[in-house]
Design a binder for this molecule. Structure first.
Ligand SMILES: Cc1ncc(COP(=O)(O)O)c(C=O)c1O
Length: 366
């Protein structure tokens, strides 16, 4: 077989264990997943109403151009329809961008730790990956800029960053965009933008008009509560979209997912209520960390990464036995930390009560 050499030893993405499997494994009646930064409240009730009444013909291929969702996104953001590309989740768009722009001989620059799909896709294409350590959990845009050379094709800025939840200050981002050479693409992955509440984070939409080398990525998987439907989108100048579009699979959003996303987008009141509930939940985690002297990264997302002063994997396992699936920092490049999705107020309270128990057992708390 003539496999790509770079596939040697490569593993598929390791998602957390499914809820049903954890229930069986530990004989639990209830298991709560706070591992993948999904919306604990689900999606707008209007989506459920639509799904219950849906009578679409499932034998027919979806609209490959996702016209009605495209029109509603264009209106919502005040952009042209040809300034949008739809993906099967933003994962799909990361793969499309990588496939279009990365190959052996070019390099790509990203923060470390950041979202794993940037380097995973780049590795498959055989491009050189340059990982630049975070500075206090935040992208070091100066060092990222320094790592760019004449062979750099794409720079990834995850803002807010997964797994730390931090944002790059607007001023630093503006200076960075002004400096990056015009033939180097900057992908600004804003999967969690709906949760950002820091007033210093300016709306980044206007940047794509200024910079023809900028692509914004957003998703319906997080605040919109539609992760299972797999809908993400990119915003960039029309010439960029025209180059990326041929790389996209022909029918990469299903009929139901296009309609669900279209309906969810209209219900901004629901998004505002989720953002408010998220802030309440975030305070529960911050209060816990401050009470116990545990370091945490200031999160602008629906998850918190914080120190446990014990083995990340042990805490992960112990919490799983108690019915909570989270992410071990060891798997995300931050040993001694855990990443927890902010749940409902009751889920957070239960989680923190059990975590206190585990950290006491581990000798961290007395
Ligand atoms: C930063 C970031 N980008 C992209 C994604 C992919 O999201 P999706 O493919 O569900 O849109 C995620 C999911 O966790 C993420 O955290």
């Amino acid at each position: 077989m003539k496999w790509k050499q770079q596939l040697n030893g490569m593993k598929a993405y390791q998602p957390g264990k499914p809820i049903e499997e954890v229930k069986k494994l530990f004989g639990l009646d209830e298991v709560i997943k706070l591992a993948s930064n999904e919306n604990p409240f689900g999606s707008s009730p209007k989506v459920k109403q639509f799904l219950q009444a849906d009578e679409s013909n499932h034998a027919i291929y979806p609209d490959g151009y996702a016209q009605s969702l495209r029109t509603s996104l264009a209106k919502f953001y005040g952009v042209a329809e040809n300034e949008l590309i739809l993906g099967n989740g933003s994962d799909d768009l990361i793969a499309i961008i990588t496939r279009a722009l990365l190959y052996p001989g070019v390099n790509t620059v990203m923060a470390d730790p950041s979202f794993s799909q940037y380097w995973h896709n780049a590795d498959i294409e055989g491009a050189e990956v340059r990982r630049i350590p975070l500075n206090n959990g935040v992208h070091d845009l100066h060092a990222i800029y320094e790592a760019i050379d004449e062979n750099t094709s794409v720079v990834w800025v995850c803002n807010p960053n997964n797994p730390t939840g931090t944002i790059v200050p607007d001023e630093a981002l503006r200076d960075f965009l002004a400096k990056v050479p015009a033939d180097v693409f900057v992908v600004l992955d804003e999967a969690y933008i709906e949760y950002v509440n820091d007033p210093s984070y300016k709306d980044t939409l206007h940047y794509f008009r200024e910079y023809s080398n900028l692509i914004l990525l957003r998703t319906f998987s997080k605040a919109y509560g539609l992760a299972s439907f797999r809908v993400g989108y990119g915003i960039a100048q029309a010439e960029v979209i025209a180059k990326l579009d041929p790389v996209r699979a022909p029918f990469n959003n299903t009929v139901l997912s296009q309609q669900a996303a279209h309906i969810a987008l209209q219900d901004q009141q629901y998004i505002a209520s989720c953002r408010e509930a998220n802030e309440i939940g975030k305070k529960q985690y911050v209060a816990f960390c401050e009470k116990h002297g545990l370091n945490y990264f200031p999160s602008q997302t629906n998850f918190v990464m914080f120190e446990v002063k014990a083995s990340s994997n042990t805490v992960f396992e112990e919490m799983m036995k108690r019915g909570f699936i989270i992410r071990s920092g060891a798997a995300l490049g931050l040993e001694g930390y855990i990443r927890v999705t902010i749940g409902t107020e009751a889920q957070n309270a239960k989680f923190l009560q059990l975590l206190e128990e585990v950290l006491t057992e581990q000798g961290v708390l007395v």
